[in-house]
Design a protein around this ligand. Structure first.
Ligand SMILES: [Zn+2]
Length: 51
């Protein structure tokens, strides 16, 4: 069990994980941005919040 795995698991549970519609890569957004549009850190595309 890797302790570094825990934050990622929590992010998934809280719905903070998003898949970029453009490059299809997964990333975890800050909790404060959960309901906001965020910018993909890989390609710069806007990722809308999950409904
Ligand atoms: Zn992207």
């Amino acid at each position: 069990m890797n302790l570094l795995f825990i934050p990622a698991a929590i992010g998934t549970l809280l719905g903070l994980k998003r898949t970029c519609p453009k490059c299809k890569r997964n990333q975890v957004v800050p909790a404060s941005k959960r309901r906001e549009r965020v910018r993909c850190k890989f390609c710069g595309a806007d990722i809308p919040p999950r409904k």
